[in-house]
Each structure stands twice: as structure tokens, then as C-alpha cells.
Ligand binder design. Structure first.
Ligand SMILES: [Zn+2]
Length: 85
């Protein structure tokens, strides 16, 4: 197990994703994304979901339910891609 800054685990990175997307900080490339194709794909999926949600709900503060949806999408992504059962 390595623990370098910018080399966090997918689990750690994904736990921060809703915050990053919600704050708009995801526009700045995250160090983890540079060497993780899985999270790049996951981020693309989440941005699609978040963008669709913004168009459906043109409000400044996303409701908790939006993040619940994103988090459940994250979990199903992880389950379908992880194969760790
Ligand atoms: Zn990752």
C-alpha cells in the first residue's frame, strides 16, 4: 500500500467526488485522475448525471437527493467494475 499525496486510492478519491463536482473544483485536473482511467470514466459518467440534474433542476444548491443519486450511481459503478466479491 502506497500513501503518496496525489496517489490516493480510488475509494478515497470517489468519496470526494460529489464535493469536487458540487464545488466546481473538478475543473482543475485532480492528481488521481492522471493515472486512473477508471476514475476518469467514472467522473465522465458523474458529470453527465450532474449536468442532466442541473438542467432538470436549475437551482444553485443541489438537493441532498441529487448526491444520493450520484452516490448510488458510484456504488453501482464500483460494483460492476470492481469485481471484488
Ligand atoms: Zn481511481
Amino acid at each position: 500500500m502506497t500513501d503518496h499525496p496525489g496517489n490516493m486510492s480510488c475509494e478515497e478519491f470517489q468519496s470526494q467526488l460529489p464535493e469536487l463536482i458540487g464545488s466546481g473544483q473538478i475543473d482543475a485536473p485532480h492528481p488521481h485522475l492522471k493515472n486512473c482511467e477508471l476514475c476518469q470514466a467514472l467522473l465522465a459518467d458523474l458529470e453527465t448525471i450532474a449536468e442532466a440534474a442541473r438542467q432538470l433542476l436549475p437551482i444553485e444548491d443541489p438537493p441532498p437527493k441529487l448526491w444520493e443519486k450520484i452516490e448510488s450511481a458510484l456504488k453501482s459503478e464500483a460494483e460492476s467494475r470492481g469485481g471484488d466479491e
